[in-house]
Design a protein around this ligand. Structure first.
Ligand code: ATP
Ligand code: MG
Length: 416
């Protein structure tokens, strides 16, 4: 009996073809933008001690209570595959002495792991791009991050139909007063809420507003709004953020019941949302997390950041094509194979996208090359005992034509 092939883990993806190209474009665009804004690149471990996440995200959050991949390693330590970047970066800020660089602007990307119900745009291993500013109390940092996110979406060509939803959660006092009002309000509707939200009512009432359960939705709309509880300072902070967006020409809408899934947020909270992805419409989310570093045992350190799902952004891209093939080099005769290898290398070293056709039946190579849709085709042949070579443009792209010709001529100048 044939052995069964082990299947991929549910909720993981093997990304290939146009999707992989789109994924790469998201990362490349992010890399370019983060350099423009002078965010320094960091590489972070994929796993951390479980406490890094449980202490910073909060025990009552969905991520910590239901979604973490935690396990005991052979040494008996409880470890967790990172469900997000921020907590690990905050840990490194403390353990690696990064305080000396504050305000520190860092960016990273890579895989994250959450035990979720897999569906379109929701996976158990997914990927994010991430940007954080640590040790910055001023609203300028919030603005810089939001403007950067906006520029990223525009340069990816996905900004149409994506809106920035913005809220403030106020400072600790405002948040506390709002929380009390929410408890009072939801208490009256307790019996109609989902089981999860009844549970949240005790532990973390703000997060009822973040519920995706249709049973909770009718009540979230009429719930008390943060605006009635904002201190003067918190209003001022929010005003400076919105003034900054105004001057940068970044459009936004107020989303008074937007709270983020994690406990550590203060002041600014935001999501870039689209209706083009069905239920998984949030492509980028973030906010200010002034309480996080303290939760990890560090000094009071204000910070703000965001993360975006690479898969969700990639799904929005229109043009996901691979780089066009600029020249196909065909050895139509076996004796020309080595020359063709040399020539294709010369093209590539000159920055010209090239492919070599020098294997299989020589009669079929030219047709195979044409099918790949190159902009130019080079044929190296031997006819009646004499070498023949040609460079033919299939696309009138004059700028490339000059470069192609120059490499072609230079390559054969030596051997002629
Ligand atoms: P959601 O509300 O969709 O569960 P979230 O609030 O849990 O998102 P964050 O923790 O803010 O998400 O992560 C930021 C971004 O990462 C999200 O906006 C989304 O684009 C992406 N993301 C989060 N979880 C997943 C997942 N399981 N699969 C794919 N992308 C995800
Ligand atoms: Mg989630």
């Amino acid at each position: 009996m044939a052995k069964e092939t082990p299947q991929a883990i549910r909720g993981t993806q093997d990304i290939f073809g146009a999707e992989a190209e789109a994924f790469a474009r998201v990362v490349e665009t992010f890399e370019r933008i983060r350099r423009l804004y002078r965010f320094r690149r960091v590489e972070m471990p994929v796993f951390e001690k479980t406490a890094v996440f449980s202490r910073s995200l909060g025990e009552t959050t969905d991520v910590v209570s239901k979604e973490m991949y935690s396990f005991e390693d052979r040494g008996g330590d409880s470890l967790t595959l990172r469900p997000e970047f921020t907590a690990g970066i905050a840990r490194a800020f403390l353990t690696d002495g990064w305080q000396q660089y504050a305000p520190l602007k860092v960016a990273t990307h890579g895989p994250l792991f959450r035990y979720e119900r897999p569906q379109k745009g929701r996976y158990r291993q997914f990927h994010q791009i991430d940007a954080e500013v640590i040790g910055a109390a001023e609203p300028q940092a919030d603005v810089e991050l939001l403007v950067m996110a906006d520029q990223l979406l525009k340069e990816l060509g996905v900004a149409d139909g994506v809106t920035l939803q913005l809220n403030t959660l106020g400072d600790a006092l405002s948040r506390e007063a709002w929380r009390d009002a929410l408890v009072e309000y939801f208490q009256d509707h307790k019996a109609s809420l989902s089981e999860d939200s009844q549970d949240r009512l005790e532990r973390n009432p703000l997060r009822i507003l973040d519920s995706k359960d249709p049973r909770d939705k009718p009540f979230t709309a009429d719930a008390p709004k943060i605006d009635d509880f904002l201190s003067g300072e918190a209003q001022d902070f929010f005003g400076k953020v919105t003034d900054g967006l105004q001057v940068a020409g970044v459009a936004w809408t107020r989303a008074p019941s937007l709270v983020r899934g994690l406990d550590y947020y203060r002041h600014t909270a935001f999501e870039f949302v689209t209706d083009r992805l069905g239920a998984q419409g949030t492509v980028l989310g973030g906010g200010r997390y002034d309480g996080l570093i303290e939760a990890l045992g560090g000094p009071h350190t204000p910070a703000v950041g965001w993360a975006a799902g690479i898969e969700r952004l990639a799904m929005l891209l229109d043009d996901t094509g691979e780089a066009p093939l600029e020249v196909a080099v065909v050895a139509e005769h076996r004796e020309q194979e080595l020359a063709a290898e040399g020539l294709v290398t010369a093209f590539r070293r000159a920055g010209i996208v090239s492919e070599l056709y020098a294997t299989g039946s020589p009669r079929k190579r030219f047709d195979r090359a044409r099918k790949a849709g190159p902009e130019a085709i080079v044929s190296l042949d031997v006819r009646d005992g004499t070498e023949s070579r040609s460079l033919k443009l299939l696309n009138e792209n004059t700028a490339k034509a000059a470069a192609l010709n120059a490499v072609f001529e230079a390559f054969f100048a030596g051997s002629a």
